[in-house]
Design a protein around this ligand. Structure first.
Ligand code: NAI
Ligand code: MG
Length: 494
């Protein structure tokens, strides 16, 4: 390492003053029922579970646990709404409802952001600037397609599938709900959706919003609960399509469960993305990109850049700059507008991350963690990197879903491509170089659904998103995201 890279002194005592977002005027009820046929309705077995704030361990509310009979009621409501209202409505009228949802999310953006941060632990800056605006953007985008489906698929006659069962994870709760609900409704389907157990609140707020905008009853039903609720939805014979985002192991169970049935499916599963940094890359920008790819949102991102492949000649310089940058990341109160790193979503997930950190140490990796002070309460993990990792190490192969980066070096582009492709996953990737030709060469050789060049984790509703290999099937977003909610026949007049 050359001595020209100045080493900043981070112990000067300079700190930002606290800038917490206010939680006044945020209404969270003590208890939430299920949302079925346009109304809040108690679970038939009367069971509830607690949702808490992972940054403080404080209880926020009690959430209904939907049983089989509740899922039956929700599917029945969705079927009735499909047959009697939604599929019969002129498509330009459907579009108006979806536009209304988008506008109402924008109007209540602050409330949604604060609730997302309280319930899930992510920094307010992220829920405010990414989750909620992108959720609104997805509804706007798909509202625009609702009355133009025949132009999306020229020469084909398209029809909705019927009732869509949707199961979503806890890392982007409202955004994942938007990714699922918006294209389903635009195509004329009705929905039963199940949020993740630790982050149901924003979906329940969305239910209130559906009431406010007079969405016809039964068009979207929300059943909260655990894996048994998800399984009941997957197994229900009157569901025509399953859309799932979550772990690869549950994705495989879902495929087994629906094999041989008429159900269509789309699965968005795990990832182990490599960020590939060439020696000719703008190193400072790459450092920012790496931080964004793995440390923001605590690494709770399926397309996170959880591996770094760096060209040998710049490896030492880049790792030095990365460590310096890690020291400046602000970890703490997720409601504070200066916070970079929030809380880990749950105790279960924190335990999983810590077990992987121990595995990395046992595998002989050199660990470096930022020295950020961890709060006494809540679930926290400092930004962590491992160097000296081998391709066969579990830290390089397995999804951790936490702020843990495995670093390897490479000499040639083909070595980088081989290493990047050598996992069971293929969701995303990143390439950093000054040379356009290298971008084309590398991106076309990577077996991954989404690849960013000289940036990372950028999303747009018009871009399709999805995986190769064990990262899933089907695409969400864009025109491709419409096709998984439609049946298509070539028309005679084509
Ligand atoms: P998970 O896959 O168990 O949960 C995702 C959703 O599926 C939740 O709503 C859950 O209630 C539901 N579910 C669970 N079992 C089900 C079943 N048998 N049938 C139907 N629905 C079911 O993920 P979990 O346990 O929250 O996290 C475990 C690991 O999964 C994480 O550490 C991470 O590696 C990975 N994960 C990946 C995500 C992604 O976006 N690719 C999102 C969340 C987790
Ligand atoms: Mg919670």
């Amino acid at each position: 390492m050359t001595e020209t890279h100045s080493s900043l002194n981070f112990d000067t005592g300079w700190q930002y003053a606290p800038a917490p977002e206010s939680t006044e005027h945020i209404q969270i009820d003590k208890q939430y029922k299920l949302f079925i046929n346009g109304e809040f309705s108690a679970p038939q077995q009367g069971k509830y579970f607690t949702t808490s704030n992972p940054a403080t361990e404080e209880k926020l509310s009690r959430i209904a646990q939907a049983g089989k009979s509740d899922v039956n009621r929700a599917v029945r409501a969705a079927r009735n709404a499909y047959e009697q209202t939604w599929s019969k409505m002129p498509s330009k009228e459907r579009a108006k409802y979806i536009f209304r949802i988008a506008r109402a999310i924008q109007e209540r953006a602050r409330e949604f952001s604060v609730i997302e941060t309280l319930d899930g632990g992510k920094p307010i800056r992220e829920s405010r600037d990414i989750d909620i605006p992108l959720a609104a953007a997805h509804f706007f985008y798909y509202a625009g397609w609702a009355d133009k489906l025949k132009y999306a698929f020229p020469g084909a006659q398209v029809k909705p599938l019927g009732v869509a069962g949707q199961i979503i994870p806890w890392n982007f709760p409202l955004l994942m709900a938007a990714w699922k609900i918006a294209p389903a409704l635009a195509c004329g389907n009705t929905v039963v959706i199940k949020p993740a157990e630790t982050t149901s609140l924003s979906a329940l707020k969305l239910a209130e919003l559906f009431q406010d905008i007079d969405l016809p009853p039964g068009v979207v039903n929300i059943v909260t609960g655990d894996s048994s609720t998800g399984a009941a939805l997957v197994e229900h014979p009157d569901v025509d399509k399953i859309a799932f985002t979550g772990s690869t192991s549950v994705g495989k169970q879902i495929m087994h469960s629906i094999a041989g049935s008429h159900k269509k499916y789309s699965l968005e599963l795990g990832g182990k993305a490599a960020n590939i940094v060439f020696a000719d890359a703008p190193i400072d920008q790459a450092v920012e990109g790496i931080v964004n790819a793995i440390f923001f949102n605590q690494g709770h991102v399926c397309c996170a850049g959880s591996r770094l492949l760096v060209q040998e000649s710049v490896a030492e310089e880049l790792c030095f700059k990365l460590r310096e940058r890690m020291q400046t990341l602000i970890l703490g109160d997720p409601l504070d507008k200066n916070t970079d790193i929030g809380a880990i979503n749950s105790k279960v997930q924190l335990d999983k991350i810590q077990s992987y950190i121990n595995i990395g140490i046992d595998e002989g990796g050199q660990i470096y963690q930022s020295s950020a002070k961890l709060p006494n309460k809540g679930y926290w993990c400092p930004p962590t990197i491992f160097t000296g990792m081998a391709q066969s190490n579990r830290l390089v192969q397995e999804e951790i879903f936490g702020p843990v980066l495995a670093i390897q070096s490479f000499r040639t582009a083909s070595e980088a491509i081989d290493k990047a492709n050598n996992t069971a996953y293929g969701l995303s990737g990143g390439v950093w170089t000054d040379k356009g030709s290298k971008i084309f060469k590398v991106t076309s050789a990577l077996r991954a659904g989404v690849i960013w060049a000289n940036t990372f984790n950028k999303f747009d509703p018009a871009s399709p998103f999805g995986g190769y290999k064990e990262s899933g099937m089907g695409r969400e977003g864009g025109i491709q995201g419409l096709s998984t909610y439609l049946s298509m026949e070539l028309s005679n007049d084509a």
